[in-house]
Design a protein around this ligand. Structure first.
Ligand SMILES: [Zn+2]
Length: 315
């Protein structure tokens, strides 16, 4: 379990990875009376309902052609994702009412996820897995070494190049996100160039090739704010993670201790960075002078973990 309360990371199904090597897995899923299918098209999920839509779990019979991906098992049922071709605009399959993005679906279900509602957590966990795999398949149709079109194998968990007999696997891009705190117990938040006025969040950035996570934390904080994070044991502490498949990130949350607090913002991405004392942050959020990130984000969880309670308002 994550030390942070992260609704987006809630999951309950068994990925049952041992089944991916079954040679007739996709045929069995397509014929199985206990198979339920998430259908995806252009990064969106087929949904049922109009007012508060939920991802549709459809029976496999009669679905259109596409790429099948095995997601796992729960209580005797098998779950799969069907990735429809993206090159033309497609209507939702029979039994579904429309298409919706994972972020919108998650926002609509944040409360049920936070309360650990079983059915909501099951569909959410399957949806995160399916959207991550759909993003990978959409951008890895050819072999990275020789350019030959690749074949989908292992229940959708690998792609095989028939020329050089090489397999590629789904990629995840690690990114760090950190609550930077100084010795006066103030929290550092930044404002990005592309955001509306008043919006502030924790600093974050991608891990570079050949870099350890702690070094990414120190480098990103220095680049974005000029603040210096310590190098002593305990100065950078891991707090929790959540998948963020937009398109392929894994957000790794940290608490970091600042040893140099002077703020300098000449970064192109982060145009403002400020230290907030506890009361100051609460008052600014309550008056909506300051807008904090959404309740399913890891940024929000890191901020509220530092504050020690829920804070008012959101983007
Ligand atoms: Zn190849």
């Amino acid at each position: 379990m994550n030390p942070l309360e992260l609704p987006f990371s809630r999951t309950r199904h068994d990925r049952a990875a041992h089944r991916r090597s079954e040679s007739d897995l996709v045929d069995r899923l397509r014929r199985g009376p206990d198979t339920r299918v998430l259908v995806l098209h252009r990064k969106r999920l087929a949904v049922v309902g109009h007012e508060s839509p939920r991802a549709a779990l459809l029976a496999p019979g009669g679905l259109p052609e596409g790429t099948w991906v095995y997601l796992g098992e729960d209580h005797g049922a098998s779950y799969a994702a069907l990735l429809l071709p993206d090159d033309e605009d497609l209507a939702p399959p029979e039994g579904a009412d429309g298409w919706s993005g994972l972020r919108e679906l998650t926002s609509g279900q944040a409360e049920a996820l936070a309360e650990d509602d079983d059915a909501t957590v099951l569909v959410h966990g399957l949806s995160v897995e399916a959207v991550a795999l759909a993003g990978w398949h959409a951008t890895h149709r050819r072999c990275g070494r020789c350019g030959t079109p690749t074949l989908v194998v292992q229940g959708g968990w690998a792609r095989h190049c028939p020329v050089d007999e090489r397999e590629t696997y789904p990629r995840t891009d690690p990114a760090v996100i950190m609550a930077v705190v100084d010795d006066a117990d103030r929290l550092l938040l930044g404002h990005a160039a592309t955001w509306p006025a008043g919006r502030f969040s924790t600093l974050a950035g991608f891990v570079e090739a050949g870099e350890a996570l702690e070094d990414t934390v120190r480098r990103e904080v220095a680049e974005e704010s000029g603040v210096v994070v310590g190098t002593e044991p305990g100065d950078v502490v891991y707090r929790g993670s959540q998948a963020w498949p937009f398109p392929a990130s894994l957000m790794l949350g940290f608490r970091a201790r600042a040893i140099g607090t002077e703020v300098r913002t000449d970064d192109e991405e982060v145009t403002d960075a400020r230290w907030f004392a506890r009361d100051e942050l609460y008052d600014a959020a309550a008056s909506r002078e300051l807008l904090l990130p959404g309740r399913h984000s890891i940024a929000r969880a890191l901020i509220e973990e530092w504050y020690g309670a829920e804070l008012p308002g959101t983007w």
